[in-house]
Design a protein around this ligand. Structure first.
Ligand code: GCB
Length: 596
């Protein structure tokens, strides 16, 4: 599946705007066929957006279950004879979709796209009704997992991850057309040797006899640099301009389906020519050692929650640039494709993560509620969960495999990883990732509860990604003790001979709170905490990256550990800098990659 595009053979129409919206707490909508007519008793809801905060209604904010979205759209007359599709970039966490009275799609997983051919049910020029049932429930068989607890006052959704369960239609919904013979998928793998680049491509096309695949590679000025015919092949690019950190140089691969010199279908795939490789404990991009600076982020904005917004996208990247960040992690789910496109164009390196977060009932139960469960068991995270997780990995890699910015696949955040159950659960998932993409390093993010020597999953990983909170959750307020303990632990990981990226270190900080001594929650403490961490990292050669938790304050479920959300942001939720922002800027903008 390719993302919808406007090309000489394809068209797309965004369905973003205000949709009809209705909660369905009794789950009667399917039985009553709410899709079969105009949605009754509906309010208006913005798409894209999380529905939770838009309505200013606690019943909507904390809602758990089925919600219905409906819109009407006209199929362009010019699409007569074309393949017509409905494409949803995400529906969190699962969806069923009807066009008129016909169910056309179902999808599990809240952060990856899906689409359905709808041509049989629509007529060009006519208006159609599109109805989407979105279910935001988390269960042990969803990624991320959660549980609905029956309490004396009703059902309550619990989950073991530290961000608010925003849901809805978070990204663009498209109607789009392709020719009936069409390019269905493109995989491009790039390589560099001296000043020569290569692009090895593989195109899946639904072609009629007599039609063939042809590709043309153009540089950023639109000049042709290579061409070939055939569904698979290799293009040689002399005097290549590689993609690299800080240099988002992109080529355009035009993939066409041709018959007798006529273009039947055309799709443009942007490409960055670069390599990613691990050499011992070094992380190499284009054979140069790379040191990650940046953040774990969230898609999290006031009012629209996890809804995609272009102005916020540009602003967040402007702040990344201002502070000197060269990378971020899509903690803790796949982000909008617009985010990755932007990272490609601006040379920002991405650790791309699945939504497998909170597979750890020991830690999450203590912090966020939902105690007393065993993580891996036939009744909790089990073989069925593993299948859903495997599918989430495949869908992530299918969607993002051609982004030069993506340097690492992270298949989970902080799962329980120190038990035999964890080993059995994760071993096959690493294979799933490597089968789907043999070219990029694969890892997962290790939690403090599974330190070196106890973690049974890190052996499967190409790169070690550690989240550590010395000086915050442990040695709170005692940075000297934290520094010693952290250095010792990190030295033991360094013995594994793999590159180490610190994917989380951070301290909750209330903007405007100050103190002279080491007082947690103050702006000064956040600075001192980060500086302590940096002293530790700078001692250990195997550390090839530091990503602070978090870029900005973000919304969480309510609980005694959180004050109006998680406050570990270096920026506030409305993107104002805390003192730590200036401290990081000094480190990241004034030091070179060699110093770090
Ligand atoms: C973690 C999690 C992240 C939390 C963070 C915290 O280890 O990966 O999702 O938000 O800690 O602030 O506790």
């Amino acid at each position: 599946m390719l993302r919808p595009q406007d090309t000489i053979t394809r068209e797309r129409r965004s369905l973003n705007g205000l949709w009809a919206f209705r909660l369905d707490p009794q789950r009667i909508g399917v039985q009553e066929r709410w899709f079969a007519g105009r949605l009754d008793q509906a309010r208006e809801m913005a798409v894209p957006a999380s529905f939770n905060d838009v309505a200013a209604d606690p019943a909507v904010r904390d809602y758990c279950g089925d919600v219905w979205y409906q819109t009407h759209a006209r199929i362009p007359r010019g699409w007569d004879g074309q393949r017509i599709l409905l494409h949803l970039e995400s529906a969190t966490h699962r969806a069923r979709v009807w066009v008129e009275d016909v169910e056309v799609a179902q999808h599990e997983g809240g952060y990856t796209p899906f689409e359905a051919e709808v041509g049989l049910h629509v007529a060009p020029g006519r208006q159609i009704r599109i109805t989407v049932l979105v279910d935001n429930t988390l269960t042990f068989q969803s990624i991320p997992p959660g549980i609905i607890e029956d309490t004396p006052v009703g059902k309550r959704q619990r989950y073991w991850h530290d961000f608010f369960n925003y849901a809805g239609l978070h990204r663009t919904v498209w109607l789009h057309s392709t020719p009936t013979s069409y390019v269905d998928d493109i995989t491009a793998v790039t390589d560099l040797s001296g000043s020569t680049g290569t692009v090895t491509y593989d195109v899946v096309a639904h072609a009629d006899p007599g039609q063939e695949v042809a590709v043309i590679l153009r540089d950023a000025d639109g000049q042709e640099v290579a061409r070939a015919t055939g569904a698979t092949g290799r293009l040689i690019v002399p005097e290549v301009h590689p993609w690299g950190p800080g240099d988002g140089y992109l080529y355009d691969l035009e993939v066409t389906l041709v018959a007798d010199d006529e273009t039947v279908d055309s799709y443009h795939q942007s490409l960055g020519i670069r390599t990613v490789r691990i050499d011992g404990a070094r992380f190499l991009i284009n054979d140069q050692p790379f040191y990650f600076t940046g953040f774990g982020k969230h898609e999290d904005i006031a009012v629209i929650g996890k809804g995609h917004n272009d102005a916020h996208l540009v602003h967040d990247f402007a702040l990344l640039d201002w502070i000197g960040a060269n990378s971020f992690r899509t903690s803790h789910y796949p982000y909008s494709e617009d985010v990755l496109d932007y990272a490609d164009r601006h040379g920002i390196v991405v650790i791309d993560e699945t939504a497998a977060v909170g597979l750890n009932m020991a830690i999450g139960g203590g912090v966020f509620g939902g105690q007393g469960y065993q993580t891996y068991s036939p009744d909790t995270v089990n073989a069925a969960t593993q299948q859903v997780h495997a599918q989430a990995i495949r869908e992530l890699i299918t969607r993002d495999k051609n982004h030069p910015s993506v340097a690492i696949w992270s298949i989970a955040n902080e799962p329980e990883s120190d038990t035999a159950g964890a080993e059995d659960y994760f071993r096959p998932l690493f294979e799933v990732a490597r089968d789907a993409d043999p070219t990029r390093p694969v890892g997962f993010v290790n939690v403090m509860l599974a330190p070196h020597g106890r973690c049974r999953v890190s052996a499967f990983a190409d790169v070690l990604m550690l989240n550590r909170y010395y000086g915050w959750y442990v040695n709170t307020g005692d940075l000297a003790a934290a520094e010693l303990a952290w250095t010792q632990e990190l030295q033991s990981w360094a013995g594994d001979g793999k590159p180490i990226i610190i994917t989380e270190y951070g301290a909750d900080t209330l903007a405007g709170l100050h103190a002279i001594g080491d007082e947690p929650w103050t702006e000064e403490y956040q600075v001192a905490y980060l500086e302590m961490n940096h002293r530790v990292f700078d001692r250990i050669d195997a550390v090839v990256g530091e990503q602070v938790w978090n870029f900005a304050d973000f919304a969480t479920t309510s609980g005694i550990m959180r004050v109006g959300g998680n406050k570990k942001g270096v920026f506030t939720r409305d993107r104002r800098p805390k003192a730590a922002a200036f401290a990081l800027r000094r480190r990241w903008r004034t030091q070179t990659q060699d110093d770090l």
